[in-house]
Design a binder for this molecule. Structure first.
Ligand code: CA
Length: 235
């Protein structure tokens, strides 16, 4: 199994948050939440969600302004956003899509519809999530068999190195801090030292370049790690 996808719910209506959280968790997603626009921007930075459910009418900062700011940041520029709007806000909906939302759902909505729309957006925006094989340059992950190949040769990885590579390959070019990688790969409820990430990145790197290939992992000093996008272009 790959790790859970993280959904950020930005909504000030507590009852709706509870209902969404219950249904999303039952479907296997990890859920984080924010109650207003300011908090949404902070949580989006800390948690790097895979998708954001963003309420239109929020205290302090409107949903549309939050959407605009998320799109202006490199970390969240490509994160799928579904706006939650009230019935009859047609012009608002259009503005929402103009600002960079990927879809919108009109309240009140059925949970079945919401979950279907969410899966559709994830498939459309990040087809890699639905694929059994992930390709990055000359690296291929067969997720069904848990096998990794580089230029056709088998790369033998431990389970942690495998999950690290799987996570990085889903977000090419994005820089992850050690803490973010710990949360994504080990889980936020496990206590592991940040340095452990360096050890496993070291092993992953060693396995990937065993035949003298180019190092696909970029170390960003004092920030973390990312997959080198140049490799994708070259492969
Ligand atoms: Ca609201």
């Amino acid at each position: 199994m790959s790790q859970k996808l993280t959904i950020l719910i930005v909504e000030d209506e507590a009852a709706l948050v509870t209902l969404l959280r219950y249904n999303l968790e039952r479907d296997g997603y990890r859920v984080v939440e924010a109650r207003d626009g300011e908090e949404a921007l902070i949580v989006a930075d800390e948690e790097t969600p895979d998708l954001i459910l963003l309420d239109w009418a929020l205290p302090n900062l409107s949903g549309i302004e939050v959407c605009r700011r998320l799109r202006a940041r490199s970390e969240t520029r490509n994160t799928p956003i579904i706006m939650l709007t009230a019935r009859g806000e047609e012009t608002d909906r259009i503005r929402g899509l103009d600002t960079g939302a990927d879809d919108y759902v009109v309240k009140p909505f059925s949970m079945t519809e919401m979950l279907a729309r969410l899966r559709a957006v994830l498939r459309r925006i990040r087809p890699a999530l639905a694929d059994e094989t992930l390709i990055f340059g000359d690296i291929a992950i067969d997720r069904a068999a848990h096998r990794v190949k580089r230029s056709g040769r088998d790369v033998h990885l431990g389970p942690t190195e495998y999950r690290l590579l799987d996570h990085l390959i889903q977000h090419p070019g994005r820089v992850f801090s050690r803490e973010q990688l710990l949360d994504a790969v080990w889980g936020s409820d496990v206590y592991v030292e940040a340095r452990t990430v360096d050890v496993h990145i070291g092993r992953l790197r060693k396995a990937l370049i065993a035949n003298g290939e180019r190092d696909p992992i970029r170390t960003v000093r004092s920030a973390g790690y990312s997959l080198d996008e140049h490799l994708k272009a070259a492969g």
